[in-house]
Design a protein around this ligand. Structure first.
Ligand SMILES: C[S@@+](CC[C@H](N)C(=O)[O-])C[C@H]1O[C@@H](n2cnc3c(N)ncnc32)[C@H](O)[C@@H]1O
Length: 316
């Protein structure tokens, strides 16, 4: 395994640092230039989407989105290791005033695939998503709840570092019975024409997961939210659940590898990477989010920038 050294950007002071990672305050466009060539194993991020109702941190308008995002791709390519991966969670958007969806995230997929190899599409199903856009879904009832976000996976190569044995899920009870020999499974051709052969019965350590990640985004009692409440800090308005970075970091990296989130928000990515023994770098433009993100870590995990740790008297 590689020696665990906290990644730092030469000449720049992190806003805070832990044993395995550093978070920087600033515009990713500038900060990326400080990362050495071919040094990042995984860029995993949820950038601002091209939303009609813009979030408080500002979203590029749909008509400028592709150009805005593609402005980062040159640097992403430069810093990725030859067998590294770029994973982008990029939710959908609607056409203003019309009950139809914007295709910007699919256009982005096509544009990026001219620069990097597109490997696979994943989808995050959030069963707790609210019925929106309210006008079409809840008032006129002519569309249904939009509860699935795409996640695109790219790499400089068609064979990046990846191992689905690191993301196996528990077998269903039915499958466990087959493996224990308590239930008979006839080796036969399925209606789809696929032949299920003996390897199926041999089993492994778990089931191979599909490209659908099911995770409700309803964390209202987690440590980050609780601590934000205590210290009077507004939680980040567009966090993704820890299940997303957990899946891709385990699938696409090994302990000691370097994970970057250039649009880190509340630094879910860095926090999960730390727990999984991966080194991490996170960039965020707004100080309030970065300051709040420190609350994900224990005070004694912060090895640099402790002066920025939200402190003082709890507000509740
Ligand atoms: C969708 S949020 C990321 C949320 C994150 N995945 C989480 O779980 O908290 C996108 C973030 O990108 C930040 N951002 C937008 N443009 C940026 C830029 N050029 N450089 C750095 N951060 C930027 C925004 O302030 C926002 O917090």
């Amino acid at each position: 395994m590689k020696p665990m050294r906290t990644p730092i950007l030469r000449g720049l002071k992190p806003y805070y640092g832990t044993r395995l990672g550093s978070a920087y305050l600033g515009d990713a466009r500038q900060l990326l230039r400080h990362i050495p060539d071919g040094s990042v194993n995984l860029i995993l991020t949820s950038p601002p989407f091209a939303l009609i109702h813009r979030k408080e941190y500002g979203n590029p308008p749909p008509e400028d989105y592709i150009q805005w995002f593609m402005g980062f791709i040159g640097e992403f390519k430069r810093i990725l290791t030859p067998d590294g991966s770029l994973v982008i969670h990029i939710g959908g958007s609607w056409i203003r005033g019309e009950p139809r969806k914007n295709l910007y995230n699919f256009q982005l997929l096509i544009e990026i695939s001219r620069e990097l190899k597109f490997l696979q599409d994943f989808y995050w199903f959030n069963p707790a998503k609210l019925p929106a856009p309210a006008e079409w879904v809840a008032v006129r009832r002519i569309r249904v709840k939009d509860a699935v976000d795409p996640i695109w996976w790219f790499s400089p190569t068609a064979n990046p570092k990846a191992d689905n044995r690191r993301v196996l899920t528990p077998y269903s009870e039915d499958m466990r019975r087959i493996l224990r020999g308590e239930k008979h499974y006839r080796s036969m051709e399925r209606p789809s024409g696929h032949r299920i052969t003996e390897w199926f019965r041999r089993g492994g350590e778990g089931a191979i997961p599909p490209n659908l990640i099911i995770a409700p985004n309803t964390d209202s009692r987690g440590r980050y939210i609780r601590r934000c409440r205590i210290y009077g800090i507004k939680p980040h308005p567009a966090r993704y659940p820890a299940e997303i970075p957990r899946f891709f970091i385990r699938f696409l990296t090994e302990p000691g590898d370097l994970v970057l989130d250039p649009f880190a928000g509340s630094n879910t990515t860095g926090w999960v990477a730390e727990r999984l023994g991966r080194r991490w770098l996170s960039f965020e433009m707004r100080e309030e989010y970065l300051r709040g993100s420190m609350l994900r870590f224990e005070r004694d995990e912060i090895m640099e920038g402790l002066e920025n740790y939200p402190g003082g008297e709890p507000k509740t």
